[in-house]
Every structure is written in structure tokens, then in C-alpha cells.
Design a protein around this ligand. Structure first.
Ligand code: SF4
Length: 288
């Protein structure tokens, strides 16, 4: 992967994602290399080559300090099109500096991540009790992770990180997304989750945004053709997609009845291109 140090004029972008009013992406691209990654349809990331190039926004902390003279975000989302805690963060500390600045200005933030490396920063994140982590745990098998997410953390690394987040008393939502039919195993995932979790969501995989053909190819090569065909069937038309989604919703309701947390169920529209206005907050199907 080609690593490039890049500069940015602006690091705070207004967002329609209903988790914050501004978003920060400290990197362009991602070392974890998930095949289904929705950010591959972002034109800047596509142009640079999603799997071949990582841009490190080397002046991001300084840009943020400057912008905060003019903008006062109510909440910041980290990160919508990258992973804040990818391997290069250990050398560059761009995210770490950003967290320091947000803490200093008393601006709460929500972090989307699947990285075990966030564990090194929990002391910093726990400084503001309004901060929240959405931690992705969508597969219960390392073979699936290796096939579809190449360099992302293993099941055990993620579980250890989830436990550390709970121990640090940081607001946490477990994000089972994208939930890929016949690969994400709801029962196994729920069984693995440690005690102390208060919020979980399931978000069904979105075909239009999620690099469908390459995903199927990897599944057929890594597992078998039949599995690829079954997944293709789910996404064949709106009817089959809705049939699968209704069944999954029933399964979610059945499996979570006795569990002591809130459960959210998110289904992107079949024909819509991924909408940034997907409602992550108000899709509750089960209260604790
Ligand atoms: S970790 Fe997130 S940003 Fe990185 S490739 Fe995977 S889905 Fe995309």
C-alpha cells in the first residue's frame, strides 16, 4: 500500500448522518481493506485507489484548531469514510491529537470503529462522559474476517476491546453491520458478547453501495459457489430482499427478547443508493 502524507484545508465537514453535526476523517482510505466498504464509492477515495493508497492528513490537528475559532460543533463524528485507529495511527498519532483538541474544547464525539487499537486511547475518550463508541462486531468467524476484511482485527481482539470499553465506562453501541446474509451469524454474535452491553444494532448489508460483485467473487472463492448463489438470491429483487429482512427482524426479536439491552434494526431501502440520512437513533425495536 502506498502511504502518502497529504494536507487538508478543512477537516470539519458538516454531515447529514444523524449521529453528529460535523464529521472528521483523519485519513483518506483504510488499511483494513474490507471488501464491502461503503466508502469506496467516495470519489476521492476511488480516485486514489481504495486498496492501494492511504492518505494521511498530516496537518489535520492544526486545521482543526484553526477551524474551531469559527465553528462550534455540538458533536463530531469520527470517522465516516475511514478507520481512525488503523495501523499507521500508531506512528502518526493524528487521531490522538484530534481527540486531545476535542477534549480541550469540550466537544463530545462519536467514534465508528472496529479496531482493537482504540484500546490505547480509552483513557482519553473516557474524559468526556458524553462520548460514544459504535464498535463493529459483525462476524463470529476469523475465516470470514480474513476473507472479507483482510487486515482487520480478529474475533478475540474485538471481544477484548469491547470488554475494555465497558471497563472504562464509555457509552457503547455494538454495531452488527453490515450484516451479510448467511455470513453474519446473529445467534453466535449475541452469545459471544460480554456482559455490560446496553445497546446493539443490526444493519443489513446494502448491495448498491457495498461492492457486491467483488464481495460475491471473494465468497465463492473463499467458501463455495452455493453460498454466493444464496446471497445473490437475497438481493435478486426487492421482494426477496424484503422477505429476508422481515425474517431477520423476527429472528432479532426472538433472539433478543430476554437480553438486557436496547436493540435497533436498520434496513437500507433496496433501490436507494445508500442514504447518509439513515436513522441510526430512532430504529429501536426492543427496549431494555
Ligand atoms: S475498517 Fe471501515 S473504513 Fe476501513 S475498510 Fe473496513 S469498513 Fe472501510
Amino acid at each position: 500500500m502506498k502511504i502518502r502524507e497529504i494536507t487538508t484545508q478543512k477537516i470539519l465537514s458538516p454531515t447529514q448522518i444523524n449521529l453528529a453535526d460535523y464529521v472528521i476523517n483523519p485519513y483518506r482510505g483504510c488499511e483494513f481493506g474490507c471488501l464491502y466498504c461503503y466508502s469506496q464509492s467516495n470519489k476521492n477515495i476511488k480516485r486514489d485507489g481504495f486498496k492501494s493508497s492511504l492518505g494521511i492528513k498530516i496537518n489535520a490537528p492544526r486545521a482543526l484548531e484553526k477551524e474551531l475559532h469559527f465553528v462550534k460543533p455540538k458533536r463530531v463524528l469520527l470517522a465516516s469514510t475511514t478507520e481512525c485507529f488503523q495501523y499507521r495511527e500508531e506512528n502518526y498519532h493524528i487521531t490522538k491529537e484530534i481527540l486531545f483538541i476535542l477534549n480541550k474544547h469540550n466537544i463530545p464525539y462519536t467514534i465508528l470503529t472496529k479496531s482493537h487499537l482504540i484500546a490505547h486511547y480509552l483513557w482519553l475518550i473516557s474524559k468526556n462522559e458524553e462520548n460514544k463508541i459504535y464498535f463493529t462486531f459483525n462476524f463470529s468467524s476469523d475465516k470470514i474476517i480474513k476473507t472479507l476484511e483482510e487486515k482487520s482485527p480478529t474475533v478475540q481482539q474485538r471481544l477484548k476491546t469491547i470488554r475494555a470499553i465497558i471497563d472504562n465506562k464509555i457509552n457503547l453501541r455494538i454495531h452488527i453491520g453490515p450484516y451479510i446474509p448467511y455470513l453474519s451469524n446473529l445467534e453466535e454474535i449475541l452469545n459471544l458478547l460480554p456482559k455490560g452491553i446496553k445497546e446493539v444494532d443490526v444493519e443489513l448489508y446494502h448491495k448498491k453501495q457495498g461492492n457486491f460483485d467483488n464481495l460475491l467473487k471473494a465468497i465463492e472463492e473463499g467458501f463455495n459457489k452455493e453460498l454466493g448463489e444464496k446471497i445473490k438470491d437475497v438481493y435478486r429483487n426487492q421482494e426477496s430482499y424484503e422477505r429476508f429482512s422481515d425474517k431477520l427482524k423476527l429472528k432479532v426479536e426472538g433472539n433478543t427478547k430476554q437480553l438486557p439491552f436496547s436493540f435497533y434494526y436498520i434496513v437500507p431501502g433496496y433501490n436507494e443508493f445508500y442514504s447518509p440520512t439513515i436513522d441510526y437513533k430512532n430504529t429501536l425495536i426492543k427496549a431494555p
